[in-house]
Write a protein that binds this ligand. Structure first.
Ligand SMILES: Nc1ncnc2c1ncn2[C@@H]1O[C@H](COP(=O)(O)OP(=O)(O)OP(=O)(O)O)[C@@H](O)[C@H]1O
Ligand SMILES: [Mg+2]
Length: 298
């Protein structure tokens, strides 16, 4: 299915929509799934009673690899995220964090390995897996010529909501992300931090059980950083969350576990306290530096 929407400059390829931004082509995670009339809100945090059959593991990444020609961006990464966990995904620039997240969320096909989301394999059951995921991509790719509300209504529609439920979902996301003041403004005229908030709003709109967030506080002012971290902590109890970040205080502030990667491989993992204990100073930045110094891919 390929359709053009000249108003927003969209091209739909199956259930993935691509759009042009000044810096190139981006994709945003909008997967309506194939909802039948009987499937009432299958996307909204439906983990209770389901989760137990997966032993509490909501996201499992299994020896996932990705090569781009000669570049081995991800060389075999595995981890598990349980309900209630906020996993910090750390690594220097070019370590493979975004590439791993893009594979988990279905934007890139792994060269090898796979992942499963609430037991749904991302390769064998992509729609079921994607319904359970909220994804905040790097650099907040959002449609510049839509208003904030228009964009969120569009996303809610793609997620399968209609009528009052759609309106309620959009209003809740606007409120949760503090977007009321700009809700009728065109996204292209927003500041970077507000665009980030809009992207955050689309990621949480369907209250997904698994949240993948690539640098969620990038570009936010200190108050909004604090607000987003509080929101992540509040949401964590019923979800499995993965965040990538370069802000090591953020790991201590919100993460229950962390994985440090470098050059496409896992270098260390553990609770923030366990990782800090690896350095005589007990500082996470020192542990990070020791493990990753000299690793700076293109
Ligand atoms: N589409 C692509 N084509 C070729 N190489 C790519 C592509 N996407 C990523 N890479 C390469 O894969 C490696 C990992 O990139 P990735 O974006 O995953 O890093 P990252 O850990 O997210 O870095 P950052 O902290 O800068 O966001 C880099 O060497 C990058 O240049
Ligand atoms: Mg990245």
């Amino acid at each position: 299915m390929t359709q053009k929407n000249s108003r927003a400059g969209l091209v739909f390829h199956g259930f993935r929509s691509f759009f042009r931004m000044p810096e190139g082509w981006h994709a945003i995670c909008i997967y309506p799934g194939q909802l039948t009339p009987d499937e009432k809100s299958p996307r909204a945090g439906a983990t209770d009673g389901v989760i137990d059959s997966y032993g509490g593991i909501m996201l499992e990444v299994k020896d996932i690899k990705k090569s781009f020609g000669d570049i081995e961006a991800v060389r075999g990464i595995s981890f598990k995220v349980e309900k209630g966990d906020v996993l910090g995904f750390l690594g220097p620039n070019g370590a493979g964090k975004s590439t791993t997240m893009r594979m988990i969320t279905g934007f890139l096909i792994p060269t090898a390995g796979t992942a499963s989301v609430l037991g749904h394999d991302i390769l064998d059951q992509p729609l079921e897996a994607k319904r359970q995921i909220g994804y905040l991509p790097e650099n907040a790719p959002v449609y510049a010529d839509m208003t904030v509300t228009g964009f969120l209504v569009f996303v809610a529609g793609m997620r399968g909501y209609s009528g009052k439920e759609k309106t309620d979902r959009v209003n809740a996301a606007v409120e949760r992300c503090n977007l009321g003041r700009v809700r009728h403004q065109t996204i292209g005229t927003l500041s970077k931090g507000f665009r980030q908030r809009v992207c955050f709003a689309q990621a949480v709109l369907h209250d997904p059980p698994v949240l993948i967030m690539d640098e969620p506080t990038d570009g936010l002012d200190p108050n909004q950083k604090f607000a987003v971290r509080s929101m992540i902590r509040e949401m964590a109890a019923g979800k499995a969350i993965v965040i990538s970040t370069h802000i090591l205080e953020e790991v201590e502030a919100v993460c229950t576990k962390a994985v440090i990667i470098g050059d496409g491989r896992i270098l260390a993992c553990g609770t923030p306290a366990e990782l800090k204990a690896r350095s005589p100073s007990g500082r996470l930045d020192e542990v990070f530096r020791t493990l990753t110094s000299g690793q700076n891919a293109a």
